[in-house]
Design a protein around this ligand. Structure first.
Ligand code: PGA
Length: 237
């Protein structure tokens, strides 16, 4: 794992440079995107670069990590809605080339790994990390050979995400997520972690044993992972 410790602002710039480098070599790259608070700075940077004509996503295909079961893409807490409003509507990507697992049609969601494969596989997968070590919605205990599947969300994850909903009762109890294997199949991976709430799990991801108890620890086995941390998230390294 390559570890880069910097400010949130510089992390957005440095990670965006990885996208510029990739798309200059491979304009039709397949990008794996993530939701949550963590990637917002990077998405703003990518949108600004696109606006300035320094990067283009017009030939890119994207696959998002996950989606809540039961939420339509027009629901303002769905991850489809998040991606449309925070990135896709701000860059030059044709919306039909963007994919988010269906939270409504689980038969379609079951084909997600095949869809990724047909598109040529993911060149660069972006990840955040949950305080419990989840990547995507792969909670502790998820088998390392898992592909896209439906998960029951842990109570803690629902509580953490309740900040975006009117009340915890509105947070869905299930999600569809790429599996650990789906993520590990990506050619390159960027993981960003910000803030002191992530410090302990970041330390376990990097220095701890590879275990399904900390799904992100499996990234130690991936040949090309860049981990971007602010000083708070890196505090226990
Ligand atoms: P966050 O979520 O970016 O909102 O902290 C990360 C995650 O749960 O993967």
């Amino acid at each position: 794992m390559k570890i880069i410790i910097d400010t949130e602002e510089n992390i957005a710039k440095k990670a965006a440079q990885q996208y510029i480098d990739l798309l200059s070599k491979k304009p039709d790259a397949v990008l794996g995107y993530a939701t949550g608070s963590t990637p917002l700075g990077l998405y703003a940077e990518l949108a600004a670069l696109c606006d300035a004509g320094k990067i283009s996503f017009k030939d890119v295909t994207t696959f998002n990590l996950d989606e809540y079961v039961g939420l339509d893409g027009t629901h303002d807490q769905s991850y489809r809605y998040f991606m449309n409003t925070n990135l896709f509507e701000k860059i030059d990507i044709p919306i039909e080339k963007t994919h988010v697992p269906s939270g409504l049609d689980l038969d379609i969601a079951a084909e997600y790994d095949k869809d990724i494969e047909k598109a040529g596989g993911i060149d660069l997968q972006l990840l955040g990390i949950g305080v419990d070590g989840h990547i995507g919605f792969n909670e502790p205990g998820t088998p390392l050979d898992s592909i896209t599947h439906v998960v029951d969300l842990l109570e803690n994850t629902r509580e953490v995400n309740a900040r975006f909903f009117a009340s915890i009762d509105d947070v869905p109890t299930q999600a569809v997520t790429m599996g650990v294997k789906t993520v590990m199949n990506a050619r390159d991976i960027i993981l960003i972690a910000l803030g002191k709430s992530k410090a302990e799990i970041v330390e376990r991801m990097i220095n701890g044993p590879i275990t399904t108890d900390v799904p992100a620890s499996v990234l130690q086995l991936h040949p090309s992972v860049t981990v971007y941390l602010d000083s708070d998230a890196a505090a226990l390294l």
